[in-house]
Unconditional design. Structure first.
Length: 277
C-alpha cells in the first residue's frame, strides 16, 4: 500500500516569555475575534499521513483516536435543540457500542464552519481550531464530572475508570477543506510536550493542555472524511498505568492539496464523559 502524506505548518504552544502561568480567554474580542492570551503560538512544518484504508492500525487505546463509518440519522445540524433531542441520544448509544462504556453523558457540542473572511465573535460563529492542543487536563477532566453530575454520583464514578471522548463528524459535505489531524499518542512525550493552560471564563476557570513542538510527533488524518464517517478523540483517560493512550493532541490544518473549489469545512464535535463499571 502506498503511503501518502501532505506537508503542512502546525501552530504549537510556546511558554510565556515572562514565565507566568499561560492562559487563554475563552471569549473573543467582539471587534477582532481574537482571544486574549499571554503566549504566542509558533508554526512548525510537519508531515501528515493519510491513513485511509489502514484505519484499523489506530485505536483509542493505542493511538488515542479511532475512525469508524457510522452514518447518523440526524442530518440537518441547524438547530441546537434538535441536535440535543435527536443527535445526542443516537450518539450516546454509538459511543457505548464502540467503547463498551456503562454510562455516557454528553456535556456539550460545537459546530464549526470554516469561513476565512469572517471573525469568530461568539459561540454561534466557531471556526476550526488552528492550534495543536488537548482539550482537558487531569484536573479539568475530574472537575467536568463534578460539574455535570450530582455530587454523590460523581464521587463514585471518579473512583473507577472514566474518560472524556470527543465524537467528531463532518456535516453537510465531506471535510475536504481544513481537515482534522491527530497526533499518535505513541509519539508524544507526556512529561515534556504538555503544559497546562488556564481557560478564563467570565465566571470560572478551566484548563487545557498546550502542546510544545516535538519532531517525533506522528501526525495522521483521514483524507476527505465523509458525513458517514466519524473519529473518536480521546481527550482524557483516568487509567494511567502506561497500558493505554491517555490523550490525543489534535488541530485543524490547511491541506495544500485541497481543490480550490472544495466546499468549506463544516463539522460537529460532541464532548462526552465516558464511564466504566
Amino acid at each position: 500500500m502506498t503511503v501518502s502524506t501532505v506537508s503542512a505548518g502546525l501552530d504549537y504552544f510556546t511558554l510565556p516569555a515572562d514565565g507566568t502561568r499561560p492562559y487563554i480567554n475563552t471569549h473573543p474580542d467582539p471587534q477582532t475575534g481574537i482571544r486574549g492570551r499571554n503566549w504566542t503560538p509558533k508554526e512548525h512544518p510537519v508531515e501528515i499521513e493519510n491513513i485511509r484504508e489502514k484505519e484499523d492500525e489506530y485505536t483509542l487505546d493505542t493511538a488515542g483516536f479511532q475512525y469508524y463509518k457510522r452514518p447518523s440519522k440526524h442530518i440537518t445540524f441547524s438547530n441546537d435543540a434538535e441536535i440535543k433531542e435527536e443527535y445526542y441520544p443516537e450518539s450516546i448509544a454509538l459511543i457505548q457500542e464502540l467503547t463498551g462504556a456503562s454510562k455516557v453523558v454528553l456535556f456539550d457540542h460545537t459546530i464549526r464552519r470554516h469561513r476565512p473572511s469572517e471573525i469568530e465573535t461568539d459561540e454561534t460563529n466557531r471556526q476550526p481550531v488552528s492550534e495543536v492542543h488537548v482539550d482537558q487536563t487531569s484536573a479539568s477532566a475530574t472537575a467536568r464530572v463534578h460539574r455535570h453530575l450530582p455530587a454523590d454520583e460523581a464521587n463514585e464514578l471518579v473512583k473507577k475508570r472514566f474518560q472524556i471522548i470527543n465524537l467528531w463528524r463532518p456535516i453537510h459535505h465531506p471535510a475536504i477543506d481544513y481537515p482534522l489531524t491527530l497526533c499518535d499518542y505513541r509519539s508524544v512525550d507526556i512529561t515534556e510536550d504538555l503544559t497546562p493552560v488556564a481557560l478564563l471564563y467570565p465566571d470560572r476557570q478551566g484548563e487545557t493542555l498546550g502542546v510544545k513542538y516535538n519532531p517525533n510527533h506522528k501526525w495522521k488524518y483521514q483524507k476527505d472524511m465523509a458525513q458517514s464517517e466519524i473519529v473518536l478523540i480521546k481527550c482524557f483517560d483516568s487509567l494511567q498505568d502506561g497500558s493505554v493512550a491517555i490523550l490525543t493532541p489534535h488541530t485543524g490544518f490547511k491541506d495544500k492539496t485541497t481543490p480550490k473549489d472544495a466546499p468549506l469545512r463544516e463539522s460537529i464535535e460532541l464532548r462526552a464523559l465516558v464511564f466504566y463499571s
